[in-house]
Design a protein around this ligand. Sequence first.
Ligand code: COA
Length: 379
Amino acid sequence: MPDSVPYKAKKGLDGVVFDTTEVSHVVPAEKSLFYRGYPVHELAEQCRFEEVAYLLLRGELPTAAQLSEFSQQERAQRGLSDALLEVLERFPAQGHPMDAVRTGVSFLGMEESFAGADDSESALRKGVGLLAKIPTIIAASQRLRRGDRPIGPRDDLSIAENFFHMCFDSVPEEPVVKSLDGSLTLYSEHGFNASTLTARVIVSTLSDLVSAVSGAIGALKGALHGGANEEVMYSLQEIGKPEAAKPWLDKALAEKRKIMGFGHRLYRIGDSRVPTMTAYRDQLAELRDGQQLVETAQVLEREMIAAKNIYPNLDYPAGPAFHLMGFEIDLFTPIFVMARVVGWTAHVAEQLADNRLVRPMSDYIGHAPRDVVPLEQRG
Ligand code: COA
């Protein structure tokens, strides 16, 4: 063994290529993102989220027959067991919905008939179960937390429609449903981001899909990753009106605060998903009287680019869009989970198909070797 490792640490794994993947391709220089070769904005415009989920999991867009079979499998698994519903009822009301969905998903792992290591195929099969049940866990636990009875899933609705139904007991007009459906497509996959890497690392030990997804939810929760969509909305509420955006930003930057919803490790000239999400946000603002909110966001964006040349990421338009859809702010990151579970599952299956334990090295900068001094001699 050499005395010291001949590598320097790469903080944040910046620039490190972790593995190959066929799932998606981020091309920052062109501000584009492809799922299995298809541009993501075309998928959001032309396909339902269920088609995109099938594409990410199975590698090709489904035929009508394949989509019908896939949807039947997904819809049949939306219900939760009585045992899980009882557990959800006992969750502390002050807990964050991300903790509720993480704990609910973890419980699902204990209900599986076979709890051993997954192979690629079993991960893909179980991923459909998670896709089906995660929205039910989110909606039911949030209603229980507010003192309302859960509303059970319907099997005649799409994933987006059914989520509105389970949260509000009604399904809104088509453009609002389409905005959520398209948002799920935009959020469903994004290469080796922090939560996907977490999922791949977990399953590289020959753990199982549910463990990988539970860990990934924990990684997604943080404000530098998925939690940013909630933080964007809190910032916009704090700012309140368009005229207040510049003074608020000047103060925040002077205090060296990170402005949530801006910046990205890969995209330096703009995020490929932002134009589509911004169009949803702006349409929702017209439908739901959100002009002041959107104008405030537009001023903040303009001023941030002028001050720092840092561009908005997907979470920036998504925060206000989810708010205008009627969701409480602390449901925004759980909605991200509903979508990203597809990407996590596709990556877990890919990792398992050609697995090698993930085990990087460290650049040790601690104490030089020394002798242990017995307790009674330690001063
Ligand atoms: N607000 C203010 N300054 C920012 C910023 C932001 N949102 N994002 C980056 N910067 C600045 C950093 O302070 C740093 O400046 P410095 O060189 O003077 O220190 C520079 O831009 C580089 O940023 P860095 O933090 O090194 O980039 P990163 O690749 O490590 O981080 C993010 C990327 C996403 C974590 C970062 O942009 C961020 O914290 N954004 C806000 C959270 C967010 O929206 N997350 C969702 C991502 S999809």
